[in-house]
Structure formats: structure tokens, C-alpha cells
Design a protein around this ligand. Structure first.
Ligand code: PMP
Length: 351
């Protein structure tokens, strides 16, 4: 740290993203990307958009909002495109939390929430999970703070039902409830339709997982136009051109080709079922994941050791050092051949 850093940020503990190794080729099952490429229409749209990169992109991303509105069944005024959903989470903390309004979130969840709370000097109320890493929706009723829940949760993959989400939103009428649906396309129920009924619900989406655009950085906030105006005010006060021209074009083409991506999600869910069964047969315990990753432990090998032995064999998974989940590894559901390689390596390690 230099002597120039503001004292406000002297104790920052930044988020540590999963590895993106360049030194050798791994089977990458560590950051929940899609194993499938963007559709040909997306590649063509990006190429076309690259021809006018001398011009600024549309700061309102109008065509992208219109395309997203069509797919999600809301009005364009209810959508804010962002530079990856991490950005909308940041905007939400800036817009809806402060010294008097803390954040309530599960104790085990996406590691970016505590980082954002610390960045903005917002208190974090971490709600313990229940047996089997479950989130009990009754723990989030009438919180008097901004509620932030990933549904499905990470890294467990466990999902709440839509009626449970609705009860949380209804009971927190004086505060904003953020439902982070990064993984919803892989098998959970979306709360997007509830944004038309409740003006305190913000649903966040990412195109990093189900829509094969992790490298393009695209996410969305979906909410009542009032909340979206608050978030857009923060966006326009920090980075008005937050979603670049190529990403806007990629997003429009991906939304127009949504069927291709939903079919990929079905393939991932089928691979998830197959790989879960194989791992259970090898003695693993797994949560009932609704997402594109598995959360697994084996009684005979600590999570960190399995992570390291897989890494030696060219397979990357994610291990978290948090003690309560230290026995586990999070394994992205890759293509069928990648998962066959994983199962083969695990079998070898256990032997
Ligand atoms: N929410 C959750 C629960 C996540 O796991 C991730 C991915 N790390 C994100 C949001 C952010 O995704 P992105 O910024 O790539 O859209």
C-alpha cells in the first residue's frame, strides 16, 4: 500500500476471484463459466459492433433494454444493464444502504457481499444457515435492513421457492430486497415477475453463466422503475458508458437467440444429474444443487487436498478456506467430456 491511499480504504480486503490460469491448459471447473461458446449470431454482432468503436456506445443501452424486456416480460424502464452483475450489486449497496441501513445476508454466500459492505462502510448482519446449509426464509422476514440473497445460493446451489421469496419481499416493505439470480437459469424459480407487484424488489441477473458471456461482462438489474432510476443515478454518476458497444451488441444477439442458451442450460442440468450420481457412487456427499456447480465433500479426503490433487492432474475446482465449508469443493458443471475426466481423476485419487 502506498502512503497516498485514503484512510477510508486503508483496511480494504478486496474480493479474490477464482483463478484464470494462463500458464497451462486446465479443465476449468472453478469459476462457473459456461462450457458452451456464444452462439454464432453473437459473434457476428460483436464483429459488426467493433467496426464503430471510434464512437461512444449508447449510455442508455436502449436496444439492449428493449431486447431484455421482451425476454423477461417487463418494461424497458424496469431494466438497467451493467458491467457484470457485480456492478449492480455495488450500485445497490450505494443506493440502498448506509450507516443506518445495514445488509442482512446468509453467513455462507457469495463472497462479494461482505466486500461491498466493507467498501461502503455498511454493517453486515450475517444470518447463520440451517441444517444442511439451507437458507430458512423465515430468518429474513421484517429485517429493517437491505436483504441480499443469492437464489440459488452460492456455493451451495440450494434454492428458495418463489412463495418463500415473496414472503421475504412482502415482509420487508420498508427496505429493498435484492435477489441475486446469477444461477437461476439452471433450475430455480425466478422472482422477476414479482418486480411488477413489489416496488422494493431488485432482481439481479448475469450473462456470465447461462449466456456464455463471462468475458464480455454483462448483467442486469430488474426492478420497479423507481428503484431502477435510483440505480441509474449511481451508474450515471460513476460510469455512464458502463456497458461497452460490443457487449451491448452481444447481449442483444444473445437475447434474440435465447432458445440456444436455454437449451445449453438443460444440457448443463442433465450433466449435473449424471455427475452427481457418479460422485455419490464414489462416496461423496452433495447438496441438491439447482445451479451450474456441485458442492461436494468426501469423508476420506479434505476439500483442500482434493483440490490440490485435481490441480496436479490439470483439473481446476474451487476450494474455500472458510472453516464451516473447508471440507467441501465447488465444482462447476462443465461439458460431459470434462466431467468424465473429473470423475476419472477423482477415482484415481481415491484409489
Ligand atoms: N452473484 C453470484 C452469486 C455469483 O456467484 C457471481 C459470480 N462470481 C456474481 C454474482 C457476479 O457475476 P458477474 O459479475 O460475472 O456477472
Amino acid at each position: 500500500m502506498s502512503v497516498y491511499r485514503s484512510s477510508r480504504f486503508s483496511r480494504l480486503e478486496p474480493y479474490v476471484p477464482g483463478e484464470q490460469p494462463r500458464e497451462r491448459k486446465y479443465i476449468k471447473l472453478n469459476t462457473n463459466e459456461s462450457p458452451y461458446p456464444p452462439s454464432p449470431a453473437v459473434l457476428q454482432a460483436v464483429r459488426r459492433a467493433s467496426e464503430t468503436l471510434n464512437l461512444y456506445c449508447d449510455p442508455t443501452a436502449l436496444r439492449l433494454r428493449q431486447a431484455a424486456a421482451k425476454v423477461y416480460g417487463v418494461e424497458p424502464e424496469s431494466i438497467l444493464p451493467v458491467n457484470g452483475s457485480d456492478e449492480i450489486l455495488n450500485f445497490a449497496v450505494m443506493a440502498f444502504c448506509d450507516g443506518r441501513i445495514p445488509i442482512a445476508c446468509p453467513e455462507i454466500t457469495y463472497g462479494f457481499y461482505p466486500v461491498l459492505a466493507a467498501l461502503h462502510g455498511v454493517r453486515l448482519r450475517q444470518v447463520p444457515l440451517r441444517a444442511g446449509f439451507t437458507v430458512d426464509h423465515r430468518d429474513y422476514l421484517c429485517q429493517n435492513c437491505t436483504v441480499m440473497i443469492a437464489n440459488p445460493n452460492a456455493p451451495t446451489g440450494l434454492a428458495l421457492t418463489l412463495p418463500q421469496i415473496e414472503e421475504i419481499v412482502r415482509s420487508n416493505g420498508k427496505n429493498v430486497v435484492v435477489i441475486d439470480e446469477a444461477y437461476v437459469d439452471f433450475g430455480a424459480e425466478s422472482a422477476v415477475a414479482l418486480t411488477k407487484k413489489y416496488d422494493n424488489l431488485l432482481v439481479t441477473r448475469t450473462f456470465s453463466k447461462s449466456h456464455s458471456l463471462a468475458g464480455a461482462r454483462l448483467g442486469f438489474g430488474i426492478a420497479d422503475p423507481g428503484l431502477i432510476a435510483d440505480l441509474a443515478a449511481i451508474k450515471d454518476s460513476t460510469n455512464p458508458y458502463n456497458v461497452n458497444a460490443m457487449t451491448q451488441a452481444a447481449g442483444i444477439a444473445a437475447l434474440e437467440d435465447n432458445g440456444y442458451y436455454m437449451e445449453n442450460c438443460r444440457k448443463v442440468a442433465a450433466t449435473r444429474a449424471w455427475a452427481s450420481e457418479e460422485l455419490r457412487a464414489l462416496g461423496f456427499e452433495l447438496t441438491d444443487s439447482s445451479s451450474n456447480f456441485l458442492f461436494a465433500r468426501h469423508p476420506a479426503i479434505p476439500g483442500e487436498e482434493l483440490y490440490e490433487k485435481l490441480r496436479e492432474r490439470g483439473i481446476l475446482v474451487r476450494h474455500f478456506s472458510t472453516p464451516s465449508i473447508g471440507d467441501y469443493d465447488r465444482i462447476t458443471v462443465g461439458a460431459p467430456e470434462e466431467m468424465r475426466a473429473l470423475i476419472g481423476a477423482v477415482r484415481e485419487i481415491l484409489a
